[in-house]
Design a protein around this ligand. Structure first.
Ligand code: COA
Length: 319
């Protein structure tokens, strides 16, 4: 027994920031960003906290599922940009919902949501959960160096959520990590200890774009191939691919490498940007609400990010 998806939800901050607006204070252009990355605008928090986005996405997922907060046995949040180091984002959401179940955060960077689905599958397999809420939520805008055109144009804020119940939809998964703290990361602030002798660090995202790009294309294509095989399927059996939205060219390269139909490989990066752990569940919510899903459709989700981590899974849609 694993789980089936009972409901999905997502939430974006109301403030949209276009490439043109970024060009007013960064040495960049709409042409460069849309051609090199595939983004035209992203959403950025003005008043919303990560917890507000997570809570809003959770309410929508609960509404679709018909599950009440008091019925939840588990809340998991994937995030690298929680409002607090403690309490966890999951505990903040639990309190906002009025739920009473165990709650914790998972950090596997952009791969966090799929790592978390796998964690939830373990709770279902052990009979420790009958209803679970899983959320990916990020406010990356507070971790950007807004003078760095290499990163400021790429990331956005948002949240996506799923409510899970018992079922057999989760067919196969792959989790991967290759520890590396130089290619892509977000340092914690070093604080103000009078005893600490190193140069203090700022909590800003740094990224070696080309190294990340190479890792991402390889991870996406290898993980999808392996997970499809592990589910006993062929790549042509997959109705929809829900990939992490980091760069449209990464998705296009993997599509080409695997010989996929580009129409089946979904994208919303143009409107949403890279929302890290929220990226896959936001896109999945768009798919769930699109009316395109048919009973028995196989859906592949895949992601990659800091760690370096990557993850993929296969889900069978059960109406
Ligand atoms: N606007 C205009 N020019 C920019 C720019 C921007 N926002 N960012 C970088 N450039 C410039 C560079 O300074 C460089 O200029 P130079 O040739 O004069 O030195 C030029 O564009 C090419 O830079 P490069 O880094 O080689 O570009 P790229 O084609 O690799 O694209 C990324 C850069 C970041 C878009 C790309 O590497 C990428 O998407 N990497 C993966 C990122 C990712 O997936 N991150 C998240 C993982 S979860």
């Amino acid at each position: 027994m694993s789980f089936k998806i009972l409901g999905t939800g997502s939430s974006l901050p109301s403030r949209a920031v276009s490439n043109e607006e970024l060009s007013e204070f960064l040495d960049t252009s709409d042409e460069w960003i849309s051609q090199r990355v595939g983004i035209r605008e992203r959403r950025v928090c003005t008043t919303e906290r990560t917890a507000d986005l997570a809570h809003d996405a959770a309410l929508k997922a609960l509404d679709m599922s018909g599950v009440e907060p008091h019925e939840l046995d588990l809340i998991l949040c994937a995030t690298v940009s929680a409002d607090n180091s403690a309490p966890s984002l999951a505990c903040s959401v639990q309190s906002m919902l009025g739920a009473t179940c165990p709650a914790m955060d998972i950090n596997a960077a952009c791969s966090g949501f799929i790592y978390m689905l796998d964690t939830a599958a373990g709770f279902f397999a052990r009979g420790k959960a009958g209803k679970a809420l899983v959320i990916g939520a990020e406010r990356l805008s507070r971790m950007l160096d807004w003078t760095d055109r290499g990163t400021a144009v790429i990331f956005g804020d948002g949240a996506g959520a799923m409510v899970l119940g018992p079922g057999d939809s989760y067919l196969a998964s792959k989790l991967f990590a290759r520890g590396n703290d130089t290619v892509l990361g977000i340092p914690n602030s070093d604080g103000a200890s009078p005893y600490y002798e190193n140069e203090p660090r700022h909590p800003f995202i740094f990224m070696n774009g080309q190294e990340t790009f190479k890792f991402a294309v390889k991870a996406m294509s290898t993980d999808l191939e392996e997970v499809v095989e592990a589910a006993g399927l062929g790549i042509d059996d997959i109705a929809w691919i829900v990939p992490h939205q980091a760069n449209a060219r990464i998705i296009d390269s993997a599509v080409k490498k695997l010989g996929l139909d580009p129409e089946r490989c979904l994208k919303n990066i143009e409107r949403v940007g890279n929302t890290s752990a929220a990226s896959v569940p936001i896109l999945a919510d768009e798919l769930w609400r699109s009316g395109k899903l048919r009973d028995g459709d196989y859906i592949a989700m895949c992601s990659f990010g800091a760690g370096l981590t990557s993850a993929a899974c296969i889900i069978r849609w059960e109406a």
